[in-house]
Design a protein around this ligand. Structure first.
Ligand code: NAP
Length: 294
């Protein structure tokens, strides 16, 4: 299998274009899943405080290093601060708690998880930790263009990554163009939209899969990469992890890239941070956190 390629972030840090997400993995399975992913060739692991599995990720990373599978510097570990951790003091404490659970002495990427709460206070912490070398790159998630321009206009160190919902049904081309202007690397979460709205059965994706001798999942991931979007698919199945990583030996031609644009519905399948009902849902989650929400 060809190796996953890196991209350089605005500060020169190399980030794998393809990583592995660990959201919604059944309790107790994350350690095994992450070890399988590292064995399958993934080096970027994307977790979050709110996924409640940082400690399991940490155990898997330590086991992989102890087994001589990888060196720490070959890995790219991402975690995120959630809404209740926003504000200067809270994010400072949250960072060290995440680092402790992950058994690491630095993070590769630390992200503000939601564009809610006192994320400006949090950003000052990220800037300071970045200056101290405790985080190699800093960024945000789910910031739409307006919020991203606003944040970027008021900080010393601009976000280097914006991790957003992005898949063939929600392509966000205008927002990605603005990210490029700001020097922000787009990273697509839920590249398969978790299979919602028939993603894996899209006739065009099935047709292209047949044409290139690949699967619809592989076509989707390659389309993202060719569009310059980093991807972090999740799977608990080792064979799917390997399938998803096996995308570095083919290219979609320009006409097929254009055809995939026709699948855009211009609407999120999962999260709309500007929909009041969804914002309420996120705040309700904070009153009763369960693993089934973002
Ligand atoms: N920043 C944010 O707000 C945010 C929000 C959501 C997600 N994320 C990150 O993005 C990552 C990916 O998103 P996601 O996990 O929500 O969704 P996803 O990667 O779009 O989809 C995962 C689903 O697709 C299935 N799948 C994976 N590969 C497959 C294949 N080759 N063929 C068929 N089915 C396949 C998985 O099943 P199995 O697991 O059963 O194989 C799982 O049900 C997360 O894990 C998380 O790290 C970030």
């Amino acid at each position: 299998m060809d190796q996953i390629q890196n991209i350089k972030l605005a500060n020169g840090t190399a980030m794998p274009m393809q990583g592995f997400g660990v959201f919604q993995i059944p309790a107790g399975e994350t350690e095994r899943v992450v070890l399988d992913a590292i064995n399958a060739g993934y080096r970027l692991i994307d977790t979050a405080y709110s996924y409640q599995n940082e400690a399991e990720v940490g155990r898997a990373v330590q086991a992989a290093i102890a087994d001589g599978l990888v060196r720490r510097e070959e890995l790219f570990i991402t975690t995120k601060a959630y809404i209740q951790q926003m504000g200067y003091e809270k994010t400072l404490a949250a960072f060290y708690e995440s680092l402790h659970r992950l058994q690491l002495d630095y993070l590769d990427l630390y992200l503000i998880h939601m564009p809610f709460g006192d994320y400006y206070g949090s950003w000052r912490v990220l800037e300071e930790l970045y200056a101290q070398g405790l985080i190699r790159a800093i960024g945000v998630c789910n910031f739409d263009s307006a919020r991203l321009i606003d944040l970027s206009s008021n900080v010393r160190v601009r976000p280097m990554v914006d991790q957003i919902e992005r898949h063939p049904h929600y392509q966000r081309r205008d927002e990605i163009k603005i990210m490029r202007e700001l020097g922000v690397q787009p990273e697509g979460w839920a590249p398969f939209a978790e299979g919602l709205k028939g993603m894996f059965q899209e006739p065009l994706l099935m047709e292209l899969a047949g044409k290139y001798g690949k699967t619809p999942a592989q076509v989707i991931l390659k389309w993202d990469i060719q569009d310059g979007i980093a991807v972090i698919p999740k799977s608990t199945h080792k064979e799917r992890m390997m399938e998803n990583a096996d995308i570095w030996d083919f290219e979609l031609d320009a006409e097929d890239m254009r055809k995939i644009r026709t699948l855009d519905t211009d609407r999120p399948s999962m999260l709309d941070v500007n929909n009041p009902d969804e914002v309420k849902r996120v705040y309700d989650y904070l009153k009763n956190p369960v693993l089934t929400t973002l």
